[in-house]
Design a protein around this ligand. Structure first.
Ligand code: FPP
Length: 257
């Protein structure tokens, strides 16, 4: 079976799962954390080398404070609890998103796990926290410009022509042309430049949208949508997603030979 190398999951439906059972939203997230453990085991089982989980978007800050606090407690507990499993199973933990606005205790727990698992080589597990695809694209474009402008050779040239505004304007036009401001430069400026693009993006709970996840990385991803709420997502659902993926014909804009 042709398996994806990178699966990215939009874990949706914790709240509805809980409400339908007369439980609190927090209980839904707690049940969702169990599914996270399950999909990690499934990725190890199928030798899938990269798994990304969309755990908290920049828009999720607009949820009630108690829910946000509960989620961050859950993320910290999860990382602490799973650390020994990650080490045993050679999982490399990583995170993607804007670290600057994360609570200090969360950041500490995450950085500790990143450091302790840095040599893991079976599965790279990436948690998207305080993530926004739009913000990542803005970040990458700012970083790309900074790299061009602060390159020592370019800085020298800017200094040489600093008094000549038309020469400067011409220089910047060339500096930011397609030849210099390349896709390669842009991609090298993303949050995790070494992470391959997801082959398969799964979204649970029947919603059919990307919700600001991995915008550029999803350019050629295959999508798998299921009605199942995230806490109910099972081994069988995972196997079905893999089965569906294996039947897709990926042409990347080319025609089939
Ligand atoms: C979406 O469901 C889920 C989230 C915003 C949070 C994702 C968090 C988990 C799956 C909890 C555990 C995660 C880890 C990494 C330990 P929703 O709350 O938007 O559901 P709804 O659309 O039904 O309200």
């Amino acid at each position: 079976m042709n398996l994806p190398k990178h699966i990215a999951i939009i874990m949706d439906g914790n709240g509805r799962w809980a409400t339908e059972k007369g439980l609190s939203r927090s209980e839904g997230h707690l049940a969702g954390a169990k599914t996270v453990e399950l999909v990690i085991k499934e990725c190890l089982h199928y030798n899938i080398p990269h798994l990304s989980l969309y755990a908290f978007s920049t828009e999720n800050w607009n949820r009630p404070k108690e829910e946000v606090n509960y989620l961050f407690e859950l993320f910290c507990e999860f990382v602490a609890k799973e650390l020994s499993l990650m080490q045993e199973e050679s999982i490399r933990f990583s995170m993607v998103g804007d670290k600057s606005k994360l609570p200090e205790s969360t950041l500490e727990a995450l950085e500790n796990a990143i450091q302790q698992t840095q040599h893991g080589n079976k599965l790279e597990l990436t948690l998207a926290l305080n993530y926004s695809g739009t913000q990542e694209l803005l970040y990458a474009s700012r970083q790309s410009a900074i790299k061009l402008l602060t390159n020592p050779q370019n800085l020298q040239e800017i200094q040489n022509i600093a008094q000549n505004t038309s020469a400067l304007a011409q220089y910047f036009t060339t500096l930011f042309s397609e030849e210099n401001y390349t896709e390669e430069l842009f991609r090298s400026s993303l949050y995790l430049p070494n992470l391959p693009d997801p082959d398969l993006i799964i979204r649970t709970s029947g919603e059919l949208r990307l919700s600001n996840f991995y915008l550029i990385q999803a350019a050629y991803s295959e999508f798998y949508f299921t009605q199942t709420y995230w806490p109910d997502f099972s081994e069988q659902d995972f196997a079905q997603a893999l089965q569906a993926y294996s039947q897709r014909k990926r042409r990347f804009g080319k025609i089939e030979k």
